[in-house]
Design a protein around this ligand. Sequence first.
Ligand code: NAD
Ligand code: TDX
Length: 339
Amino acid sequence: MNLLVTGGAGFIGSNFIHYMFDKYKEEIKIVNIDNLTYAGNLENLRGIESKQNYFFVRGDICDKELIFNIIEQYSIDTIINFAAESHVDRSISDPSIFIKTNVMGTLSLLEAAKDKNIKKFVQISTDEVYGSLGEDGYFTEETPLAPNSPYSASKASADLLVRSYHETYGMNINITRCSNNYGPYHFPEKLIPLMITNALENKVLPVYGDGLNVRDWLHVSDHASAIDLVMRNGESGEVYNIGGHNERRNIDIVQLILENLDRPKTLIKYVEDRKGHDRRYAIDPTKLITKLGWNPNYTFDIGIKETIKWYLDNEDWWRRIKSGEYIEYYKNQYENSLI
Ligand code: NAD
Ligand code: TDX
């Protein structure tokens, strides 16, 4: 397997690369293309850089010529597209880069893949393309797309492009739609790492709206194992939902983190709600389980404890991030709410 992983310096891409080298050792070659936006961090790949069968290219997925050359130079047979702008709140304040990277970037990868007859193209999408659920029911692969944020609209658009390359050109594609991930190397603008690191700094924990929105959490290594299965055994043209039936209300997650860190609940502050805030996500993973034999390894209770410990043990990692351009972002996003 000669894989081109895009966005491999981000949260899920880097965890996927760790997972694949742990599992396949010398049997695979991985080329990671990442243009190192604010969310890309080569520190996430500690221990990987020295491998003979790993190559990093700093570059933009929108650069079709570059992708074309990488495919040729490294005899790439499979592309796994993680690269994206991924934070909903950022898409609400400035959507244009989301369209460029998530839509135009995917198009450029598809074009290069088509020209070079790539054997498999896996698009890493998200459950957010289905929109929001009420109190009951689950997202299945047949649920109509109804994205509500500029982020999810850009991801849904990319999904439709990927689908069209299967229908029109017969490209061997899969689309995966996973629920919320958590685990090591999660950028501290997202709920779980933000709450852990703010609690450790004795800072306010900003909870949007009434805190009763529900997310369905999956450990990132279980996401990686699902992608590995889909990449190898997924039927051409199929979509696979990924999730472990672990629904939690945001406020319960925040309280759990405070309890684990022995910090007071008085740190919680309810702040202005996110615009267009999806109420509930919940994945039905039946297809992935029955067709491809996937099962998650982690229970949330174990995964969240391990993750909290990871942030305690890797303070240098997150403190470096929180001291950079992050400060400006945090001020813009939360200042009005927290004062
Ligand atoms: P992330 O923001 O942590 O990482 C994104 C990576 O892509 C970064 O390393 C960034 O530098 C890189 N990148 C951005 N624009 C690029 C460009 N133009 N060219 C090359 N590289 C570029 O995101 P993540 O949380 O790791 O998410 C990865 C993928 O998984 C995304 O496609 C996201 O939509 C999807 N997803 C995320 C979650 C989640 O809970 N985080 C859940 C389901 C699906
Ligand atoms: O400060 C906060 N306070 C708060 O209450 C933040 C950052 C979030 N929240 C809420 C909003 C959501 O209901 O927590 C929930 C989770 O928020 P995020 O971590 O921003 O994740 P979400 O919006 O659910 O999207 C994530 O999962 C799907 C990823 O960021 C996406 O890339 C992925 O597609």
